[in-house]
Ligand binder design. Structure first.
Ligand code: CO
Length: 134
């Protein structure tokens, strides 16, 4: 059911330092920071030949990654995003198998302008999983 890995998201305490690390030390192409107030994050996109890395930094008071960074002060992998052909069919299939979909279960428009859903990390090997409509 799942298709390509769309991105790996890494929460970082210092976005400029993380962007520099990927650009200068690892030699990757990194975007300028993009504020996404609707998601409570500022993101820098690292483009790799086969996928993307998203460097996430909290934005605003109620950022969904603030608590994660409190627990992981030097940063860490926050979620993986897999593409699916039909996000509603994927949701229904997962629910029928007992997986928990976060929030109200309705897809929201994600960082790339496409519908996304998040799945409970306890149901997926301790990893927060994002599904994105292809
Ligand atoms: Co994501």
């Amino acid at each position: 059911m799942i298709g390509p890995l769309n991105h790996v998201a890494i929460a970082v305490p210092d976005l400029a330092a993380a962007a520099r690390l990927y650009r200068e030390t690892l030699g990757a192409t990194v975007s300028e920071p993009v504020a996404q107030p609707a998601h409570g994050v500022t993101v820098a996109f690292v483009t790799l030949p086969n996928t993307k890395i998203e460097l996430l930094h909290p934005l605003g008071e109620s950022s969904p990654i603030a608590a994660f960074l409190e627990k992981n002060p030097s940063g860490g992998i926050h979620h993986l995003c897999y593409e699916v052909d039909d996000i509603l069919a994927a949701r229904d299939r997962l629910r029928a198998q007992g997986a928990r979909v976060l929030g109200d279960g309705e897809p929201k428009i994600g960082a790339h302008g496409k519908p996304v859903l998040f799945l409970h990390p306890k149901d997926f090997c301790g990893t927060l999983v994002e599904l994105e409509q292809r």
